[in-house]
Design a protein around this ligand. Sequence first.
Ligand SMILES: [Zn+2]
Length: 310
Amino acid sequence: MHSITFANNPLDRASQLRSDQAWQQDAITSEKSRFMIFFEDRPLIKINADRPNEPEILWISHHQLAPLLTNNSRPLFLGLKDELPFYAVDLTGLNLDQILSHPSFATSKFIDARSIAPNLDNPSTGIIAQAKSNFEWNKNNIYCSKCAGVKLKTKDTGYKKFCEQCQSEYFPRVDPVVIMLPCHNNKCLLGRQKGFPPGMFSALAGFVEPGETIEDAVIREINEEVGLQSKNVSYKFTQPWPFPSSLMIGCTAEVDNPDYKVDEEEIVEAVWLTKEDLTKILVGKSEKRIWIPPPMAIAHQLIVHWMNNN
Ligand SMILES: [Zn+2]
């Protein structure tokens, strides 16, 4: 178990049950099942009055949920835990005031995933990532891309879409992104993107392109962004990033010649930092007034991992 936000989903996805319609019908109406609610990409979070700093996902029963279900509501099967079925339901389109007047939701709020994630326990963020990315994919894939105007049928509770006209099948997408630290002797390089707040530096990153390996993408992105030749790409860990559906692939790569040149398009500034520099940065004592993304970002975890191993 590591502390990467949006990772550590504790559910057994039990994907073989998604297409078992009889099983799903029973499970959706079973009082054993647990449902979490989404509204416009935001999960419903329970804030306990006596423990306001320990928010949690609000899980409700079918009995509690039933009054809010419409003919269009399709619970997404998240998986099993201790043999109990877990679902997420997207209530976007319903009247928000009506939803929130539901007695079971008295101490709950819809909060966007990015702001609530640092306060939730890690497994809950993994569940939110699974549901959020899936709902966004469902929302953005209504029509067949080959048959103009033909609506797709939802299958497997929301993990597949199907066109009855041309028989095409569509599956939720995941967009791989490499995020990496170029390393040279006892230093690693961080960069500043144009849009970053003043003083913030982070790992370099970019989308993996079709036909490219992770290693190719790391070497290409480092070269494009800071003009460095790198080698010996080493994979560290990944993070699902549900905005809407990236998979961040954390890596390091070795650099022989440290003379960088920023591309000015994406990266406006770069800096080689030692472990000592980064130690000061982490406690807010950097003379260079540099700071790095918070612990929920894989960039932070990658930097800390590099420090612990150098
Ligand atoms: Zn079609």
